[in-house]
Design a protein around this ligand. Structure first.
Ligand code: 5GP
Length: 180
């Protein structure tokens, strides 16, 4: 089994690219009928969701507006839960049906922050498609509507997700090997 390293941390293969693509195909089939008449504004949360968004959105056959936003909320391998700022929200939100595209819902705090912000900005309907969801780590009442894969609360990289800026381009998902 191939082990990859970032700094002093080791990662093992976790979910293969083929399995991810199957999950995304299924997700696109759930999203498309539900959103085709909603003139969606898709907000892709950078940087982690860029690979997922590229694969998912190419399977959506109708026209959508797409914007890329950044929410800074995470340091190291544990979610700080401190959301600091949102950048890149430029199109008017009032009355829009907004589909947030996220890499992962962990504590759920980023999702709640974004949901509340978009409500405040006058969005009509808000929903989230997340590549990964760690239900056991969720500390909020937020439940993502569209989930690619549910995982246990371990730290993962690859397929857009990083550790200290590294590993985003790795194909498939890799799981942190915990030091014993
Ligand atoms: P939450 O606010 O739900 O705790 O965390 C959301 C953000 O934490 C995600 O957008 C992601 O950037 C980061 N995050 C949470 N879990 C992981 C993980 O397992 N791996 C990586 N690379 N980032 C994670």
């Amino acid at each position: 089994m191939e082990i990859r390293k970032i700094d002093q941390l080791s990662f093992e293969p976790f979910i293969r690219e083929e399995e991810i693509q199957l999950a995304i195909e299924r997700l696109a089939k759930e999203i498309a009928p539900a959103w085709k008449d909603k003139n969606p504004l898709v907000l892709v949360v950078l940087q982690g969701a860029f690979v997922f968004a590229a694969d998912l959105l190419r399977q959506i056959p109708f026209s959508v507006d797409i914007e890329f936003i950044r929410v800074k909320s995470y340091e190291g391998t544990e979610s700080s839960g401190e959301v600091r700022s949102v950048m890149g929200l430029e199109l008017p939100i009032i009355g829009r049906n907004v589909l947030i595209v996220e890499d992962i819902v962990d504590t759920g705090k980023t999702a709640v922050y974004l949901r509340d912000l978009l409500i405040e900005m006058g969005a009509n309907h808000i929903s989230m498609a997340t590549f990964l969801y760690k239900p056991a780590a969720n500390q909020t009442d937020f439940e993502p509507e569209f989930v690619g894969l549910k995982i246990d609360p371990t730290f993962v990289v690859g397929y857009g997700l990083d550790y200290e800026g590294k590993g985003r381009h790795w194909p498939g998902l890799w799981r942190l090997i915990s030091e014993k």
